[in-house]
Design a protein around this ligand. Structure first.
Ligand SMILES: NC(=O)c1ccc[n+]([C@@H]2O[C@H](COP(=O)([O-])OP(=O)(O)OC[C@H]3O[C@@H](n4cnc5c(N)ncnc54)[C@H](OP(=O)(O)O)[C@@H]3O)[C@@H](O)[C@H]2O)c1
Length: 359
């Protein structure tokens, strides 16, 4: 595999820092550009991040000395230096739409963590194990943008990265209704207990925009390419409540599900245990060996014990049992800044490279 030169747009933020750590010693990708707001531009990466560095490992040595570039001001220059960029910025939606499109139009593919383009009909929103075929929309997007290489691909919201992977392989039973309550870590808000002490010993029953994303985004994952767009599915029907809980990392979901053809508990567990997707077939660098892991013990999965399973790229499931109102209920867990953010985007980039979209 050839080495690809990559940039991190929003490199100083929480997700950007995850990208930096995941890209250290990546077998296919070399970080040659880090970019952020004009506040950080011109500083060395280590100085721009400063005390905000919140990863468990130190700043990668080869990135620490890079000079931070201006994400919006240096687009042409950055595009000329890299094969593609990862993007995770905290900006207004209209500014993110403009920024990502400007990179794509400068012939620089964008793999984005941001929500701005998730509902653009020709932008694929991919969980590589579930809907990798949505990448086939990229030629149509390039036609709209008037580009040869440039395009935008996105990953979905972190909240749904536990329950959508658990439900998607059960589609053949006709999933009708899904009720989910999510218990979401503070890193999902770009925070730590140092920067958000109010979260210690506390639960906040509101995360702006999260319930809508948790209900609507899955339908695009279940969608189909029709002509030059991805048409979202009309079922399953999702309803969600999203709570912020006092854990550092790891989003848990409590799921209730109703099927058209109710499977047995054994059938569901067998499907989860045997499930493999394209990343496992292609043996992509960040593919977990077992994407879905079922735990038989009543008190598992636990956030602290299982969020880092397979480098934080696996999904943990447990407590499958019959319900009094729905067919079944179960819990599931995924690491929100790894599988749910930078790790999920990394795996998507690996898929797109393996399929030649970045050449
Ligand atoms: N945290 C998560 O678990 C998670 C999960 C999924 C998706 N996301 C999404 O990922 C994105 C970033 O989240 P985050 O938690 O990493 O946010 P964050 O920690 O607040 O970092 C924001 C980044 O955006 C940069 N930025 C802000 N204004 C900018 C501007 N005008 N021009 C260029 N860069 C600018 C910041 O640069 P400076 O340091 O120079 O200000 C910083 O690098 C958001 O869209 C978020 O919704 C986050």
């Amino acid at each position: 595999m050839k080495k690809y030169k990559v940039g991190i747009i929003g490199a100083t933020g929480m997700v950007g820092q995850r990208f930096a750590t995941l890209l250290e010693n990546h077998p296919w990708f070399d970080v040659v550009v880090v970019a952020a707001s004009p506040r950080s531009a011109g500083l060395k990466y280590k100085d721009a991040v400063g005390k905000r560095w919140c990863m468990d490992t130190p700043i990668p040595a080869d990135m620490a000395e890079l000079t931070v570039m201006d994400a919006a001001g240096d687009i042409e220059k950055i595009a000329s230096m890299v094969d593609f960029v990862f993007c995770a910025v905290d900006m207004k939606k209209s500014d993110i739409l403009a920024l990502e499109e400007a990179y794509a139009k400068a012939e620089c593919p964008v793999v984005s963590n941001n929500s701005a383009n998730r509902h653009t009909p020709d932008v694929p929103m991919i969980i590589p194990e579930l809907n990798p075929e949505h990448a086939e929309i990229i030629p149509a997007q390039r036609k709209r943008l008037g580009t040869k290489r440039g395009f935008i691909a996105v990953k979905s919201n972190c909240s749904l990265q536990s329950y959508v992977p658990a439900l998607f392989p059960l589609s053949k039973f006709g999933i009708k209704d899904v009720l989910v309550c999510t218990y979401q870590a503070i890193s999902g808000a770009g925070k730590t207990f140092d920067t958000w002490p109010e979260m210690i010993d506390n639960v906040i029953p509101y995360i702006g925009g999260e319930e809508e994303k948790s209900e609507i985004e899955p339908l695009k994952i279940w969608g189909k390419i029709e002509g030059d767009k991805i048409v979202p599915a009309t079922s399953p029907s999702f309803t969600a409540q999203c709570l912020r809980v006092p854990v550092s990392n790891g989003h848990m979901g409590a799921v209730f599900v109703r099927f058209e053809n109710k499977p047995t508990k054994e059938e569901m567990i067998k499907i989860w245990k045997e499930f493999k997707g394209l990343p496992q077939e292609l043996n992509l660098p960040h593919a977990p060996e077992h994407f879905l892991n079922y735990f038989e013990e009543d008190n598992m999965p636990q956030t602290k014990l299982h969020r880092d399973l397979e480098g934080g790229m696996a999904v943990s499931i447990g407590r499958l049992r019959e319900d009094t109102q729905y067919d079944y209920k179960f819990v599931c867990l995924s690491h929100n800044t790894l599988r749910g953010a930078a790790g999920g985007a990394m795996l998507l980039a690996e898929q797109l490279c393996a399929q030649g979209y970045m050449d």
